[in-house]
Design a binder for this molecule. Structure first.
Ligand code: BEZ
Ligand code: FE
Length: 288
């Protein structure tokens, strides 16, 4: 094993993997070497450019901690997260489409009853969210676990406020017996993904903005069904066609209706004008 040149090095590295006993690890390793070498052959980096690439990855590692995951942002902004999502969610007709989880999900959010306000004390336009969770035959899924989270009117999640006192604009609800659910909150806003690190620098060099259109995140689970990770996007948002993480699908864009003060669709009477989102989610059966 010696004297490799740019034409023979790839085969030599692949041959060195022949003792890999796990077939999946071998497949992934071989493919990685092939594609990575082809990439390098295509771009023909200078030594300085290759050193910059290593520095970029090193900076991504350094800025990453338990609250900030630069490698997920890199995967998101290069469209890899949505590609992995698409490959893993080839859904039956009628099932709600999926999109990225994003970095702001917090496990086991506070539980709220239907009808509750999950953003009490937060400034912003009041928003009533109603909807249902069903199977592909239209049957309501009683007790489905609905985790919801979104940004405030300035585009920040609770976890981004260092002085935050606890969870806000995030909740766990359970679908009623007929599969319906409802809660009050405030309107989310479009926001930039964290862009003060190497991924932000990359976007700048690529002439891209760091914004995502306004949306509400949902993670919905029920025994016997695939857990649905998705968002509902605000119709009319200026960033719908340039989401920096490529997460928008037509079926996930919804009207957030403007309602005047007075009776609201959930039977309450509102003193202020508000917005109303209604969305019916359909879960796919669990893969067997
Ligand atoms: C989000 O929607 O929360 C998000 C998704 C990907 C990257 C950054 C944020
Ligand atoms: Fe988000």
């Amino acid at each position: 094993m010696r004297n490799f040149d740019e034409h023979t090095i790839t085969q030599a590295v692949i041959a060195s993997l022949s003792a890999t006993t796990n077939p999946r690890i071998r497949q992934i390793s071989e493919s990685l070497v092939r594609h990575l070498h082809d990439f390098v052959r295509e771009i023909e980096p200078t030594q300085a450019e290759w050193a910059q690439a290593i520095e970029f990855l090193t900076a991504a590692g350094h800025i990453t901690d338990h609250k900030r995951q630069e490698f997920i942002l890199l995967s998101d902004t290069l469209g890899v997260s949505m590609l992995v999502d698409a490959i893993n969610h080839r859904l039956p007709d009628g099932a709600t489409e999926t999109t990225v989880l994003g970095p702001f999900y917090v496990q086991n959010p506070p539980e709220f009853p239907n009808g509750a306000n999950i953003s009490a004390g937060t400034d912003g336009e009041p928003l009533l969210v109603t909807g249902s969770v069903r199977d592909t035959h239209g049957n309501g899924l009683a007790g489905a676990v609905i985790d919801v989270w979104h940004s405030d009117e300035d585009g920040y999640y609770d976890v981004q406020h260092t002085e935050a006192e606890g969870p806000n604009m995030r909740a766990r609800l359970r679908a009623r017996d007929d599969g319906s659910f409802s809660f009050w909150t405030t309107m989310p806003a479009a926001y930039p993904i964290p862009h003060d690190g190497p991924v932000g620098k990359m976007l700048e060099l690529q002439g891209r903005h760091p914004y995502r259109p306004g949306h509400v995140h949902f993670m919905i689970g029920h025994g016997g069904f695939e857990t649905l990770v998705t968002h509902v996007f605000v119709e009319g948002d200026p960033y719908l066609d340039s989401d920096v993480v490529f997460g928008v699908k037509d079926s996930l864009i919804s009207r957030f209706e403007h309602l005047p003060a007075g009776p609201a669709p959930d039977g309450t009477v509102q003193e202020r004008p508000c917005r109303h989102l209604n969305y019916d989610f359909v879960l796919a059966p669990a893969k067997t």
